[in-house]
Design a protein around this ligand. Structure first.
Ligand SMILES: [Zn+2]
Length: 259
């Protein structure tokens, strides 16, 4: 992983130098995080396709769209079918001094019926059993990467609140959820929720996990495999992120602090 971080950092001046927007306005750095990868397959869908392929496909679509947006520089935690640990993903975003972190996932259930889209930002957990279950499943690899202890998480959330990242994460989650459910009205709106995702615990910037639908649902699980549906989701995410990025530029103190 160190090698990957190093190569990304080495590539950074090149990316910035070749981005015409960077010489005029500071670019918002967005890290796109396709969930799972390599031996971490993610959930198994209703049609025998693992989540890791769907998240990568949608993430790459989103990246292609976002890369054409002025004032936004895009990074990825993975662009291939490789394993990247949950902590490493957040640490990569921290090393890049990213402004936004968007982790892309598909939901799963042992039942056929659950469906719909939901967007998460970091919380303590304990108030919403359904949300806790999603986080538990997405955190499964963390037997290898220990997640934060309760008292550490209290400190993390306190820090995020102090510097405004928690509020911004909530706002971003709201925008993402609204855009997605507007773009695919056939999907149920499962709302913005908070849960204790390991990948969010170490991110030192506004960060969200998007669950783009249930890969286990007979209809939604099929939709998620289809290019036009993936593109609609990617376009909605692009709209949400660029909308949020524009809002950031309207807050001069924050921009001045960072650049
Ligand atoms: Zn996942």
């Amino acid at each position: 992983m160190k090698r990957i971080i190093l190569s990304v950092l080495l590539a950074l001046p090149l990316v910035m130098a070749t981005n015409p927007a960077s010489s005029r306005t500071p670019a918002v750095r967005v890290v796109i995080d396709p969930g799972h990868g390599g031996q971490n397959m993610g959930a198994l869908g209703a049609y025998g396709v693992y989540e890791k392929y769907v998240t990568l496909s949608i993430a790459l679509r989103l990246g292609r769209l976002l890369e054409t947006e002025p004032g936004i520089t895009v990074f990825y935690t993975r662009k291939d079918d490789v394993f990247v640990g949950l902590s490493e993903r957040a640490e990569l975003a921290n090393a890049l001094d990213a402004d936004l972190f968007v982790s892309i996932h598909c939901n799963a259930s042992e039942h056929r019926d659950p469906n719909g889209i939901e967007t998460f930002f970091l919380g303590m957990g304990g108030d919403d059993p359904e949300a806790d279950e999603v986080a538990r499943r997405e955190n499964l690899e963390t037997s290898l990467n220990a997640s934060a202890r309760d008292e550490d998480l209290v400190g993390i959330l306190e820090d995020l609140r102090k510097n405004g990242d928690q509020t911004e994460a909530a706002t971003l989650a709201e925008v993402v959820q609204r855009r997605l459910t507007r773009a695919v009205p056939e999907a149920a709106d499962r709302d913005v929720r908070q849960a204790r995702f390991t990948v969010l615990e170490k991110a030192r910037m506004p960060a969200v996990v998007v669950e783009l639908g249930f890969i286990t649902h007979p209809k939604e699980g099929l939709d998620l495999l289809l290019a036009p549906y993936q593109e609609r989701l990617a376009m909605a995410l692009r709209d949400a992120i660029s909308h949020h990025a524009v809002a950031r530029f309207a807050a001069p103190q924050r921009s001045a602090m960072r650049y």
